[in-house]
Design a protein around this ligand. Sequence first.
Ligand SMILES: NC(=O)c1ccc[n+]([C@@H]2O[C@H](COP(=O)([O-])OP(=O)(O)OC[C@H]3O[C@@H](n4cnc5c(N)ncnc54)[C@H](OP(=O)(O)O)[C@@H]3O)[C@@H](O)[C@H]2O)c1
Length: 227
Amino acid sequence: MTETPIALVTGASRGIGAAVAHVLEPSYRVLLGGRDADALAKRAEELPGARPWPVDLTDFEALGRATAEIDRLDVLVHCAGVAELGTVERSAPSVWRRNLEVNLVAVVELTRRLLPALRAAHGHVVVINSGQGLSAREGWGPYAASKFAVRAFADVLRAEENTIRVTSIFPGRTDTEMQRELIAHEGREYAPGDYLRPDSVAAAVLAAVSATPDAHLTELVIRPNPH
Ligand SMILES: NC(=O)c1ccc[n+]([C@@H]2O[C@H](COP(=O)([O-])OP(=O)(O)OC[C@H]3O[C@@H](n4cnc5c(N)ncnc54)[C@H](OP(=O)(O)O)[C@@H]3O)[C@@H](O)[C@H]2O)c1
């Protein structure tokens, strides 16, 4: 009998990560990453094949303990992220650091710790990037810089690890809590129908990890379709 493959989804307490956990759960044993233990417990109740994996990804000691239990990993989906915006003139170093710490350094460190488990499974790493990782707009510098950087990380990982597939996904604006906060920051009215659904981004993740072994979906760009 073949073993059920294992997937770790970070940021699974809500938003895109929660949708990714839902779409993977029928075929994978899913570890639900996040800090909000109550939200993770609720997600796990909805998904019998999933269990909470609570850790602050910027606490590297805790990350070491949490990853030590994982010796085989088929899929790692990096959905955890923060978006703190500001112009160059107005953004203190702490703003740049917070974006880079969660969106880049934690992604790199989690992947690095899990490399033996990913190699053992000939696994797949998916990084949820952003349209801001392809073209940076004014006022978005600290976030966009972290997304440009994590694209470089994904490209390098793909080149260095020839038994692991690596996919960067670049979604446009998606209807989540993060988007609500960004629209409030921009002082605009929130209209959920204007944005991608988290399920639509999750469908792209599923397409990438379900590709036949001869195929490597390296980059996927998804934009909201206004029609
Ligand atoms: N929404 C959009 O329009 C959009 C568009 C393009 C790309 N993205 C990207 O998609 C990803 C998911 O975004 P989202 O919209 O779903 O955001 P969200 O609703 O704000 O969810 C963010 C998730 O990240 C987790 N997280 C944040 N900091 C963490 C930390 N230090 N340790 C562990 N977990 C942490 C949160 O979990 P806890 O609160 O439980 O810790 C939460 O589950 C992000 O990388 C974002 O940049 C979003």
